[in-house]
Design a binder for this molecule. Structure first.
Ligand code: G4P
Length: 310
């Protein structure tokens, strides 16, 4: 699914973050536990360099705990990275962040000064909710739209740790194309930016294969079709999302499925695993190479034609 962002804002965010990164002791990257890869900003790994990083897998209450554990192990293979599944619904989990920060920066000579932490996250991963919980007060939310100037916020979390919010707007992954569907399904992309039925189709195909019990439990369908249209149709009938002549109204059932997934009514569900991502990234790379090759061939043919006509 294609999503458009503004190159100018991307460039500015890159410059602003690069500028402050040298003063940062630890990066706190907030991700959506249901889509830990898709909800990452593509700049962060590069800009972070070797700065220690805590990946907060937020909304863990909505994610499949087994898959979340797989992600934690996968992420912690990287040097200097710790992953912590949390839910804003369980504030005690979030307080674990503070000792984890102190532990991660142990060799950065911070004994005589404050530990500088920077929090980053694409919109809607729950960054503001977490900042409020960590600071124990309601911090004004500013500039979450692309292009809106953001007031730099510095928040003291305890006697040693000072938290800075990211300057600028962070956008999610744009490729592989599956990321777009997952961001839309979880509500990370505004509903006006995509068609519900496209996203519901993607979701239905995935749920039918990976979470048939969840679909059966919620909608009482037995057996659960593993094909997208058949599954949507079955949910539509189970929930009387019907239009004229008793046909399933696909717009209605699409909105129902997406909204019920978002609010956790289907139970804890994760939409991606490291293995799936590895395959999708390889497929996208192959597709890009084929496209580049085809373009090179077309250009060569055009040049040959031009030479012949001279
Ligand atoms: P942001 O700053 O990253 O843009 O995100 P924000 O904190 O505004 O959170 C986005 C939505 O995600 C909010 O819901 C918030 O309540 C919800 N949320 C945050 N953390 C968690 C979590 O750990 N679990 C669950 N289930 N939800 C979480 P909203 O409906 O947009 O607003 P609200 O009416 O709940 O405030």
């Amino acid at each position: 699914m294609a999503i458009n962002w503004f190159p100018g804002h991307m460039h500015k965010a890159r410059k602003d973050i690069a500028r402050i990164m040298s003063e940062v002791d630890v990066v706190i990257e907030v991700l959506d536990a249901r889509i830990p890869y898709s909800s990452e900003n593509p700049l962060v790994p590069n800009l972070r360099g070797t700065t220690p990083c805590i990946k907060l897998l937020n909304k863990a209450d909505l994610a499949d705990p087994e898959i979340t554990s797989v992600w934690v192990r996968h992420m912690e293979k990287e040097q200097g990275v710790k992953a912590l599944p949390v839910s804003a619904r369980q504030p005690a989990q979030i307080r674990q962040l503070l000792p984890m920060c102190r532990e991660l920066v142990a060799d950065r000579n911070t004994e005589a000064r404050n530990i500088q932490a920077m929090i980053m996250g694409i919109p809607n991963v729950g960054k503001s909710t977490l900042i409020n919980l960590l600071s124990g007060r309601k911090i004004a939310k500013t500039g979450d739209e692309a292009g809106v100037t953001k007031a730099q916020q510095r928040i003291r979390l305890d006697e040693r740790i000072v938290l800075t919010d990211t300057p600028g707007f962070l956008w999610p992954k744009l490729t592989p194309p599956e990321c777009g569907y997952r961001l839309a399904a979880t509500g990370a992309i505004k509903d006006t930016a995509f068609a519900y039925d496209d996203v519901a189709m993607f979701l239905a195909g995935y749920l039918g294969k990976r979470y048939p019990q969840a679909v059966q439990g919620r909608y009482g369908i037995d057996p659960v079709p593993d094909e997208d249209v058949a599954l949507l149709e079955a949910v539509g009938r189970a929930r009387a999302c019907l239009g004229r002549g008793g046909h399933v109204d696909f717009d209605k059932v699409s909105a129902l499925l997406v909204n019920e997934l978002r609010s956790g009514l289907l139970g804890p569900i994760s939409l991606e695993t490291p293995d799936m991502i590895e395959k999708e990234v390889a497929d996208a790379q192959r597709a890009a190479e084929i496209k580049a090759q085809q373009k090179a061939e077309r250009d060569a043919a055009r040049r040959a034609r031009a030479r012949k006509n001279r």
